[in-house]
Design a protein around this ligand. Structure first.
Ligand code: MN
Length: 313
């Protein structure tokens, strides 16, 4: 795989812009009939802070189809974060939560030691779909805790310098997302108008990465494309975004995750034994509970080896 690398050295905190700027090619895959661009995890980049999964879908338009249709499946050891640019997705989980997420709102599900959910395009819809599905690895101290679900209808929107920053996770410019997380994270959707020039302060203890979602954008004078996850390293106390014709950038961050995780299918764990047990509990209808859904739930793939099969998001 081609992997462009510009000055991938570590820098000290006095270097306000940081020097790491590295493109990691995202991978095209599919989720049922829905085409996906998977930016995390990829072979060369497993995590950005505690963010361990990033699927990008759309933009697409449809009439009779149901482009998002992920049957019930289990999770352990993570939070899922669903953020849309267009359209709507309905979430149902084994706690009995049901929530419709639309652009501007966010769904955050905490698996704790086990939860199951389904995600579908609702029957009443706009005929559009575009968004991201993210996972955050839970720290060891919290990963076997209570499962929970949080729906936020409107995340904070910060208007600044010809741009609009939707803060769906963490804190920025004195604003905080009401979403509950278990380690410091940043998740922002930065909408740049034409000729925007936006400077944002960053926490230099965080590592950051950016994904171009629409239009055009540059970071610190370098243009970014939509097929790479642009990794920005740590030690960066500010970042400058520019756009010529307007664009939208997803910015993720967090302190480098100090624990080694093991991901297999929809499970984030530490050991192969935990994964084998979660798999057999799912297959035998234990631990995870049932989810309201018309149709069959997903079967776990065979446990032949720990090379990760496609997660079902
Ligand atoms: Mn899922």
């Amino acid at each position: 795989m081609v992997h462009s690398k510009v000055g991938a050295k570590t820098s000290d905190a006095s270097d306000v812009r940081g020097s790491v700027f590295e493109g990691f090619p995202a991978r095209e895959t599919s989720l049922g009939t829905l085409r996906i661009l998977r930016a995390l995890p990829i072979r060369q980049k497993r995590l950005v802070g505690a963010w361990c999964f990033l699927d990008r879908f759309g933009p697409l338009s449809f009439s009779d189809a149901k482009p998002m249709d992920v049957a019930p499946h289990p999770h352990i050891g993570l939070q899922t974060v669903s953020w849309l640019l267009q359209g709507e997705v309905v979430h149902n989980d084994s706690l009995g939560s049901e929530a419709l997420v639309r652009p501007g709102g966010v769904n955050v599900m905490t698996s704790g030691g086990g939860i199951a959910h389904a995600e579908e395009t609702p029957r009443k819809n706009s005929g559009l779909l575009q968004g991201v599905q993210l996972w955050i690895a839970l720290p060891d101290a919290d990963r076997n805790g209570q499962a929970s679900f949080q729906h936020i209808d409107e995340v904070p929107i910060i208007e600044q310098a010809g741009s609009m920053v939707s803060l769906f996770a963490g804190s920025l410019l004195g604003w905080s997302s009401p979403a509950k997380h278990f380690s410091p994270v940043l998740g922002a959707d930065i909408e740049l108008h034409a000729f925007a020039n936006l400077e944002l302060p960053l926490d230099p203890s965080f590592e950051h990465a950016a994904l171009l979602m629409t239009g055009d954008a540059g970071i610190d004078g370098r243009s970014i494309d939509a097929m790479n996850l642009w990794y920005l390293g740590t030690n960066r106390s500010s970042i400058e975004f520019k756009s010529r014709g307007g664009g939208r950038v997803l910015l993720l961050g967090g302190p480098p995750f100090p624990e080694k995780i093991l991901m297999w299918w929809n499970f984030v764990a530490r050991t192969a034994e935990e994964i084998a047990l979660a798999r057999s509990d799912w297959q035998s209808h234990q631990r995870f509970g049932e989810v309201k859904y018309r149709g069959r739930r997903l079967d776990a793939p065979p446990l032949k080896r720990f090379a990760p099969p496609n997660p079902a998001s």
